[in-house]
Write a protein that binds this ligand. Structure first.
Ligand code: PLP
Length: 409
């Protein structure tokens, strides 16, 4: 039995440790071969053209918004039932994050509510559906709307590394960008696989990939073939675009780089990527273990009339990132009692999530009213994420089940 049970925890094995140690003994700690290898492994597993490893999932979302040109005056719509980063990334670019309600059967952004939003408020620049708890959002419908109305789609797949959905008879992996322009993963320790911290931007679009790559490293271009004419400010203040000197030695100077955009240091280390690659190699095994634990909870709580088990929509194979239970009658006091009793027993449940627009910064900044997204507020009002991670023992599971069923049946 684990001494204390959080709602999620990394699954590190000896091979992961050896992979990290190998990097520590090598010549490269950052921007080296382990980064390239991690990107290759993710690209091939997911089936996407470009995978760019970055420092975390938040940075990945910020880079996506920048690459799409989100700027002041633009609106980005996301799900209210998500982590702050899905909305903050729009504000980082000076845009206004807004929210359309979730679908009550998947807890992901509802295409119907999005359609209503657009009819009422106009077309946003970008829409960021979130695969809540690993359940894929209705990406095919949202992407069809994107084509009709002309907005871009970033799939926030932070919870859905390894999830799949079926569209027109084909199995599609979350993050493959079949129904989005860009997608992101997070490799935070509570996610399905971890790199300590880390994120990934995925896309099939060459131009967006090049932009993300450049913005993730200070907006710097090192390849002389891609250098731009060099603008120089004259003493009188005028700007002169100087063509690159014809002298081949100038452009061949190996030390030369150009800052072409205002980018960031969102790079990730070889140490993180070695762990990420090692973990990704066990993704199927980790998912299988999560599935077994998830099914065990479903069986234990399925017939409890006071509980609502998490959705597992037909046709999708979610990554079982979270187990989000909902309480029915007297939900508020039951949830509090469950949370307190779990805590007394060393079990730390969590609530995913307070709708983002109710956060103090959002209230001050944008003043969205309570009641804006009733479905998301209802989930927030009665949900609890209980422990679900591969290292849980049978004894751990039984303890959680006993406490919850003991309080509710
Ligand atoms: C849905 C969602 N999006 C984005 C992020 C941000 O990822 P990171 O913590 O790697 O910055 C998270 C992380 O918790 C998340 O849950």
């Amino acid at each position: 039995m684990n001494c204390c049970l959080p709602y999620g925890r990394q699954a590190i094995d000896e091979l992961d440790i050896q992979a990290v140690v190998k990097v520590l003994r090598s010549d490269w700690l950052t921007c080296g071969p382990a980064v390239t290898e991690f990107e290759r492994v993710v690209r091939e597993y997911i089936g996407v053209k470009h995978a760019i490893a970055v420092s975390n999932g938040t940075a990945a979302l910020h880079l996506c918004c920048m690459a799409l040109g989100v700027q002041p005056g633009d609106v980005g719509v996301t799900s209210p039932l998500t982590f702050l980063a899905s909305a903050n990334c729009i504000a980082y670019c000076g845009g206004r994050p807004d929210f359309a309600d979730i679908d009550s059967t998947t807890y992901c952004l509802s295409p119907d509510r999005l359609e209503e939003y657009i009819r009422k408020n106009g077309v946003p620049k970008v829409v960021i559906p979130v695969d809540f708890a690993g359940v894929p959002a209705d990406l095919p419908r949202i992407y069809a709307m994107a084509k009709r109305y002309g907005f871009a789609v970033i799939e926030d797949a932070a919870h859905s590394i390894g999830s799949t959905y079926i569209h027109e008879g084909k199995i599609i992996r979350c993050g493959a960008c079949v129904h989005s322009d860009l997608a992101i993963f997070s490799f935070h320790p509570v996610k399905t696989v971890t790199a300590g911290e880390g994120g990934m931007v995925l896309t099939n679009d060459d131009a967006l990939a090049a932009k993300v790559q450049m913005l993730a490293s200070h907006g710097m271009e090192r390849s002389p073939a891609l250098f731009q004419p060099w603008p120089v400010r004259n003493a009188d203040g005028t700007l002169q675009e100087q063509p690159l000197p014809a002298d081949p030695d100038f452009v061949k100077a190996p030390w030369l780089y150009q800052q072409q955009e205002l980018g960031y240091n969102y790079r990730v280390t070889d140490i993180q990527c070695a762990l990420g690659t090692s973990q990704f190699g066990r993704l199927d095994e980790i998912m299988q273990r999560r599935r077994v634990l998830f099914d065990q909870y479903q069986r234990a709580f399925g017939s409890n009339p006071q509980l609502i088990c998490p959705p597992c929509p037909e046709g999708s194979d979610p990554a079982y990132h979270l187990y989000v239970l909902r309480f029915k009658e007297g939900a508020e006091s039951l949830r509090l009692a469950a949370c307190a009793t779990l805590r007394e027993n060393g079990i730390f449940a969590q609530v995913h999530y307070l709708p983002v627009y109710l956060q103090p910064w959002y209230q001050r900044q944008y003043g969205y009213p309570r009641g804006k997204c009733p479905e998301a507020e209802a989930v927030y009002g009665d949900c609890l994420s209980i422990p679900l991670f591969p290292g849980m023992t049978e004894e751990d599971m039984q303890k959680v089940i006993r406490i919850i069923n003991g309080l509710t049946v």
